[in-house]
Design a protein. Structure first.
Length: 94
């Protein structure tokens, strides 16, 4: 998977899959690195198994409550922004 990502460095699904696999394997530091890169490339994704929730779990396992709290605050902010954009788009379509 890592070799494939070198050829496709911006692949959302490839990075998400690798990050989730590293979390499942409890490779916390490696998962953190992959997931932080994914968040930097695609910060707007807040769908199922989003990078923010995966990172919060990683930071919890790394005993870093400040980083865990920060990433959950980022999730709340991005989700709220997305909700506002959707509301504006609905309003404009009337």
């Amino acid at each position: 998977m890592a070799a494939w990502l070198e050829k496709h460095p911006k692949s959302f699904w490839g990075r998400k899959r690798l990050g989730a696999r590293l979390v499942n394997e409890e490779k916390w530091q490696s998962a953190r690195e992959v997931l932080e890169k994914l968040k930097a490339i695609y910060p707007e994704y807040v769908g199922s198994e989003n990078v923010y929730m995966l990172l919060a779990a990683v930071y919890q396992r790394l005993s870093d409550p400040a980083a865990e709290h920060k990433v959950l605050e980022e999730l709340a902010f991005v989700a709220r922004q997305r909700s506002l954009v959707e509301e504006i788009e609905r309003w404009r379509s009337w």
